[in-house]
Design a protein around this ligand. Structure first.
Ligand code: GDP
Length: 468
């Protein structure tokens, strides 16, 4: 009768709801890069510009008017910190604009879209929902993947080799030489060594070096001060008695791998569909050839994480599923006039070429771009001593003064930068670049000045456009 019909209809309706939710496609977009690469600014600006799509002509589904709405929703993973979008946006666009706090750990945000179908069936089909789960995580954590291949002894060799080549490690190296790894373990000695090691990693990072593993030593989060982060590389002594410093550090190194590195790859990395790797190429060029060479090595390590079969543990997690698209984006391109953007993209490509060839991303589509998630400058052409300089104008963060700056030149041929001449005579970005720390001032856009970002729309189109 009616009641039974009603029940059947109710059940069908509930079933439809469940099915709809189950079949709503989800794109998991990973956003990574070494610290200060621009992850926080990128995600904040991406989300703001996806919610208000006026300035996203390069995102094809937006240009076609098929994105009916975009709105924030509760994220699927309750145990992961939420990306603090509102606070970051308020920092960047509020009355006294400043840069937001940078990424310190993994966080997540869900943006959902109502999409009008395109193509032949556009008129027949009803709008559908697509979820974009953005996962922000430090690139330093990806570098830790290489630790899984090493035992403590081999890691010590690698880490000490790196330290000996860096001036920043001097204090750590003398503390290390004074220590006796065969002696019985004492917590205060362990802390002193690990503190010196951490200080070295932090100053190496500040000096522009990229590979400063273990990643959590730089960004410890809630693990700060725990034994998991209280170890350091030591030369292997002839004897390693039980309860020696060596044995304890060895145990902690293994614990770091199993308690820190593996869970990150399992819980976050293995579930990503699309990935953007943000790279502060300009910063590394400015820091000099050693920093740039180090960045190249770090990128190769980061890329290796995306290579199927790179690591047995990772392969067992991923089980044939893989990242479909990877975008390498050189950030902060607003430090350069657009005439130099092509050179920046070329350098980014060259920087990654070798790593890309080695990683053989069967199946993954990759692209390099130069972007600025938040343009802090406008362009200006000045004549100085009869010479034309393509400058950018912005307001300096420290002094609040607005002026036009010339950052210096990039080589048009990237090989000149990556293989510096023997005599080392060539330097790049050696004009004003060093003082160009701009405030995220709201730029009043004159016609023809373009959107308040550089190629963020194209980046979004490459990453998710085909799924909307
Ligand atoms: P994260 O550590 O990767 O999260 O890096 P952030 O997103 O916090 O960015 C680090 C710093 O880079 C910011 O504080 C800004 O000074 C600068 N930055 C990032 N994106 C841009 C950009 O699009 N333009 C400019 N001019 N500076 C940027």
């Amino acid at each position: 009768g009616d009641i039974a019909d009603g029940i059947v209809r109710r059940v069908e309706a509930v079933g439809d709801g469940v099915n709809e939710a189950l079949f709503e496609p989800v794109i998991r977009l990973g956003v990574t890069g070494l610290s200060r690469a621009g992850k926080t600014v990128f995600i904040t600006s991406l989300v703001a510009n996806l919610m208000n799509r006026e300035r996203m002509p390069g995102l094809v589904p937006a240009a076609e008017g098929r994105i009916l709405s975009a709105y924030l929703q509760p994220q699927p993973d309750d145990h992961v910190p939420r990306f603090d979008y509102e606070t970051h946006l308020a920092a960047m666009t509020g009355p006294n604009p400043h840069w937001p706090d940078s990424t310190r750990a993994v966080s997540e945000l869900r943006l959902s879209f109502r999409i009008k179908p395109g193509g032949l069936l556009a008129g027949v089909r009803s709008p559908r929902t697509v979820h974009l789960d953005i996962v922000d995580y430090p690139g330093e954590w990806l570098l830790d993947l290489s630790l899984l291949d090493l035992d403590y002894e081999s890691w010590c060799e690698v880490a000490l080799g790196k330290a000996r080549a860096r001036d920043e490690a001097r204090a750590f190296l003398s503390a290390m030489e004074a220590a006796d790894a065969a002696e019985s373990y004492e917590e205060l000695k362990a802390q002193a060594l690990s503190g010196a090691f951490t200080d070295y990693l932090i100053s190496a990072r500040e000096a522009g070096y990229s590979d400063c593993t273990p990643g959590r030593f730089l960004l410890p989060g809630e693990l700060a001060g725990s034994p998991l982060l209280t170890f350091a590389p030591l030369p292997k002594p002839d004897k390693t008695p039980r309860a020696s410093l060596w044995r304890e550090f060895e145990r902690r190194f293994e614990a770091y791998k199993s308690r820190v590195v593996k869970p990150f790859f399992r819980d976050h990395f293995a579930r990503i569909d699309r990935q953007v790797v943000l790279v502060d190429v300009l910063g590394a060029i400015h820091a000099g050839p050693a920093a740039l060479e180090d960045l190249r090595g770090a990128m190769a390590e980061i890329l290796a994480a995306f290579k199927p079969g790179r690591n047995a543990f990772l392969a067992s997690l991923i089980l044939g599923r893989r990242v479909e698209k990877i975008l390498f984006a050189a950030t902060k391109a607003d430090h350069l006039h657009q005439v130099q953007h092509k050179a920046l993209t070329g350098i980014t490509q060259a920087l990654l070429r070798e790593a890309k060839d080695r990683a053989e991303f069967s199946g993954a589509e990759t692209r390099s771009m130069s972007i600025a998630a938040l343009r802090a400058t406008t362009e200006e052409r000045l004549t100085h001593d009869g010479q034309t300089l393509d400058c950018v104008r912005g307001r300096l963060l420290d002094s609040g003064k607005a002026a036009a700056f010339y950052p210096g030149a990039l080589p048009s041929d990237p090989t000149r930068l990556l293989k510096p001449a023997r005599d080392g005579a060539e330097t790049w970005l050696d004009a004003d670049y060093g003082i160009m720390r701009f405030a995220p001032a709201e730029i009043t856009l004159d016609p023809g000045e373009g959107p308040p970002h550089i190629r963020l729309d194209r980046a979004a189109d490459f990453l998710i456009g085909d799924r909307l």
